[in-house]
Design a protein around this ligand. Structure first.
Ligand code: ADP
Ligand code: MG
Ligand code: ZN
Length: 506
């Protein structure tokens, strides 16, 4: 007898339909899976066999052929266990003969017949909805990932036995609740607040500009000057994520299998802080299963490299391409996958090996050649992509003990949200959201320079020996500063401030 169920697999960030057809006949007992299964699907045979036996069903003593179509799709993961097992049970006459053409079944089986979680449930559900399926049955442990998807009924199963009862019509499965994104994204708590950072007005202003326009920023200063403290406050002033951005971000986290079981959606902008010993694969992605790396997990958020000079040069250099293209191509044996990687890069660094070069409070003991060698750790082309560079010096004692508290992050965030709204409006017919993402075409359309500004730019270009890239980046920062002041045009003062963040000797 022939039985059919629909499963899903993940290709990159997209769920793809897999039709699972099971045929049993009276040939010599055998169990075969065809349709280019990868090693994971071969292992699935053992799980399926044992799970069926432990769910009060018989594993048929026939010739069983499982066909996974389309054959040329490189299927990954163990999420096809469930439709395979159901197919075998049905084809051997142990399930009601009902059609489930409008339902997808996703889940890995454990040997005892329980349903285990699968990476990438959210992208699979999104694509099931797009493809017009009415219902999806997912593992109960992944139920959270179904809470924000409407248009498909989502049910959660814990065991194969429960699933069989549901198909037979003798049992029900719990329906996954639908939640409202606006409600959960409203009251986010942040662990660090900028109100506790004393003084450092220049750094705070620069950080607000960076976050407002999604520009890269590097903080340079002596040890203990508060670089790490300042950078840790960035999440609390980042603009709120729209539902679309949250879904896009969650898709990546889901595919990487790093979603926490508690939240079904990533509603806080990511803030990734890889350690300087992290491998290149961990950071950019790849490996056997071509999983997204940390830079893709930072998509729509921040990648913070604390003490940037400590990272291996090869890793820093591998950031150049994604910083420009905002996507990363990860290759594996035969195919390659593109993952989004649009992040704001935040770096911190000492100015020299001893840390006190340029400090007003301490003398630098480094030799010129030591300083040159140290600075070269972050290459010129990478430094050129840091839009805002500021020097942070130790805060003065009087400022440190000053009891008046600074502006809280919430106030800054309100302004940032307002500035981002202007950008959303500006780019509503474009495929970008922030000033930092502008290409030459957008610069032409939205960043016209007056004669006076053009003259300022020309002088800076010559005296600071700027690159063409630096010029575009300065104009984008100036656009953000103008937006913060609700100014239609980029005025000389906006441009001059943007230039000042470039001219720092770092
Ligand atoms: N501006 C500041 N306001 C309040 N505390 C500060 C400030 N700057 C530094 N500190 C204190 O000094 C500590 C060390 O700062 P840190 O951010 O680790 O410095 P850095 O990363 O530059 O070496 C912080 O944890 C904080 O307690
Ligand atoms: Mg530090
Ligand atoms: Zn020094």
């Amino acid at each position: 007898m022939l039985a059919k169920f629909t499963g899903f697999t993940l290709i990159g960030l997209d769920g793809e339909i897999v039709e699972v057809e099971v045929d049993t006949n009276n040939g010599l007992p055998a169990f075969e899976i065809v349709g280019l299964p990868d090693a994971a699907i071969k292992e699935s045979k053992e799980r399926v066999r044992s799970a069926i036996k432990n769910s009060g069903k018989r594993f048929p003593n026939h010739k069983i052929t499982v066909n996974l179509a389309p054959a040329d799709l490189k299927k990954e993961g163990a999420g096809l266990d469930v439709p395979i097992a159901l197919g075998i049970i049905k084809a051997s006459g142990q399930l009601a003969d009902k059609q489930f053409d409008d339902t997808v079944f996703i889940g890995e089986l454990s040997l005892d017949g329980g349903l285990r979680g699968v990476a990438g449930i959210l992208p699979m559900l999104i694509s099931a909805r797009e493809k017009g399926f009415k219902r999806a049955i997912i593992p109960a442990v992944n139920a959270k990932e179904g809470e924000y998807i409407d248009g498909v009924e989502i049910k959660a199963a814990s065991t194969l036995k429960e699933l069989c009862a549901y198909i037979d019509g003798t049992g029900e499965l719990p329906v996954v609740n639908k939640l409202d994104y606006d409600v959960i994204s409203e009251n986010i708590q942040y662990s660090d607040d900028i109100t506790f950072v004393k003084g450092q007005y220049v750094a705070k202003r620069a950080m607000e500009i960076a976050v407002s326009g999604n520009h890269n920023i590097i903080l340079v200063g002596p040890p203990g000057s508060g670089k790490t403290m300042l950078a840790k406050c960035i999440p609390s002033i980042m603009p709120d994520m729209s539902f679309e951005e949250a879904l896009e971000t969650t898709k990546i986290h889901s595919a990487a299998g790093v979603l926490s079981g508690e939240e079904g959606i990533v509603y806080k902008r990511p803030y990734a802080t890889p350690h300087h010993t992290a491998s290149r694969i961990a950071i950019v992605g790849g490996g056997v299963s071509a999983k997204p790396g940390i830079i893709s997990l930072a998509h729509n958020g921040v990648l913070f490299l604390d003490e940037m000079a400590e990272y291996p040069r090869s890793i820093l250099e591998s950031l150049r391409q994604p910083l420009e293209d905002r996507v990363i191509t990860v290759s594996r044996a035969k195919a390659s996958v593109k993952y989004p990687a649009s992040f704001m890069l935040v770096g911190s660094m000492n100015p020299c090996p001893c840390g006190f070069l340029g400090s007003k409070q301490n003398y630098c003991k480094c030799t010129p050649s030591q300083i040159i060698k140290y600075k070269a750790k972050v290459s010129g082309p990478l430094m050129d992509r840091m839009d805002i560079r500021i020097t942070v010096d130790n805060v003065k004692y009087d400022e440190l003990v000053d009891k008046t508290s600074g502006e809280p992050s919430e106030e800054v965030r309100k302004r940032v949200n307002r500035t981002r709204l202007i950008q959303r409006e500006r780019f509503k017919n474009e495929d970008i959201n922030s000033n930092a993402e502008m290409g030459e075409r957008h610069l032409e359309a939205f960043c016209k320079l007056s004669k006076e500004c053009e003259e300022i730019m020309r002088k800076a270009f010559d005296s600071l020996r700027l690159s063409a890239r630096a010029r575009s980046r300065i104009i984008k920062v100036a656009r953000t500063i103008a937006d913060m002041e609700l100014s239609q045009d980029i005025e000389p003062k906006h441009l001059l401030e943007a230039i000042s963040y470039r001219s720092e000797e770092v």
